[in-house]
Design a protein around this ligand. Structure first.
Ligand code: HEM
Length: 370
């Protein structure tokens, strides 16, 4: 294939990921990215196959990847990095069976649409009204900063049962946790600060829920510890997961949605006239401009695809000096938008009804759904 800019996190890929990944999909569907030492998989069937085979494409990247972090971090931050990955390795999102199922089972009943709709509609509306009231006098709003960023944290904090008066503190720390996805070499410092402060803050709340459980998600996790399903570190690690998992994803969804509607004022006007279209509009944004572009995996076994071999790892393959076993699975939305003639065939259209396969993948696959 023609030479390409390999910086997956660089301005070119960020500004127009669909053209960037579209080229990979057409020219090199299983692409070795030397900069991030990762395989990039972009075709729909391949992505679905990979996500369906966790025995080959493992989620346990924090546990199984012994190499230094990429993009590189400061040498002096190695201990911070190890501390951080210790907590992150407890996320059930980053575990395979049987640990994934054991941990997920504890909170599973709280992750179904009926439960969420019944319990959260009022909470979400209340938080939205409060955020809008904060900016009303100003007469203007910076959508991402004033609305999209605080909304998910405030809702998740309420879901967990964290005290109302601590919401601002949690909001600030959660922002630091998002540094996880950045490329600056000192990113581990912000994450370490957030983890240590949150762990110190959450630990006494867990202790309290062990003796006096309430109607909140922290009590569900504490009960998991009490009946032996979770260790204390797993309770703490997965509380952090919940704060992070719903955070950047929702920010991206709101930001991408507002942008799409601003670029399509006819649909914006329709939505204003008929608010019942909001569910279709949300699904359409998930399809049109994916909030999650990558689902990272690590090869747990050797696998051949498109005439290439993804090796299990340098550990069992000494003849391969370059570790060739990190894998980034790029989501199906890339597929949807980069099919030839896609723009013409499937322009933004929130009135379209019925979920498309690309939308299903956007909230995870198989057992790893949220
Ligand atoms: C627009 C919003 C969201 C999108 C697009 C989204 C997308 C995803 C995707 C693609 C996965 C699978 C990742 C993988 O397999 O590597 C996932 C998993 C997960 N998400 Fe979300 N998510 C969203 C909102 C949320 C919210 C609000 C929460 C709640 C706190 C949440 C919690 C989780 C959890 C706990 C998992 C792990 C599931 C498991 O491993 O069993 N997500 N999400």
């Amino acid at each position: 294939m023609r030479a390409m800019n390999e910086d997956l996190l660089g301005p070119e890929a960020i500004a127009d990921p669909y053209t960037y990944y579209g080229r990979l999909r057409e020219e090199d569907p299983l692409h070795w990215n030397p900069l991030y030492e990762t395989w990039v998989l972009t075709r729909y069937d391949d992505v679905v196959w990979a996500l369906r085979h966790p025995e080959v494409f493992s989620s346990e990247i924090f546990l199984r990847d012994p190499r230094p972090p990429l993009p590189p971090i400061l040498e002096t931050d190695q201990a911070l990095y190890e501390f951080n990955t210790h907590y992150l390795s407890h996320w059930f999102l980053r575990r395979d069976a049987p640990d994934h199922l054991r941990m997920r089972r504890v909170v599973h009943s709280h992750f179904n649409p009926k439960y969420i709709a019944g319990r959260f509609r009022a909470i979400v509306q209340e938080v939205i009204h409060a955020l809008l009231a904060e900016v009303e006098d100003r007469g203007r709003m910076e959508v991402l900063q004033d609305f999209a960023a605080p909304l998910p944290v405030l809702v998740i904090a309420q879901w967990l049962g964290l005290p109302q008066q601590d919401r601002e503190f949690i909001r600030q720390l959660s922002r630091h946790l998002l540094a996880l996805d950045q490329e600056n070499p000192d990113r581990n410092q912000a994450v370490h600060h957030a983890i240590t402060t949150l762990v110190a803050y959450i630990t006494p709340l867990v202790e309290e829920r062990l003796t006096s459980p309430r109607e909140d998600l922290l009590s569900v996790l504490a009960t998991g510890e009490k009946d032996g399903s979770l260790s204390r570190d797993e309770v703490l690690g997965n509380t952090l997961l919940l704060l992070v998992a719903g955070h950047q994803t929702t920010i991206n969804l709101i930001g991408n949605g507002i942008l799409a509607l601003l670029r399509h004022p006819d649909h914006w006007a329709q939505l204003q006239r008929d608010a019942t279209r909001i569910t279709h509009a949300t699904e359409e944004v998930l399809r049109y401009d994916a909030p999650v572009k990558r689902a990272p995996r690590i090869a747990a076994a050797e696998v051949a695809l498109h005439g290439k071999t993804i090796r299990q790892g340098a550990l069992i393959s000494p003849v391969t000096p370059t570790p060739m076993w990190r894998l980034a699975v790029v989501s199906i939305i890339v597929w949807a938008r980069t099919s030839p003639g896609w723009r013409a065939k499937r322009p933004f259209g929130p009135s379209r009804s019925g979920l498309l396969p690309s939308v299903w993948l956007q909230s995870g696959w198989n057992t790893k759904r949220c």
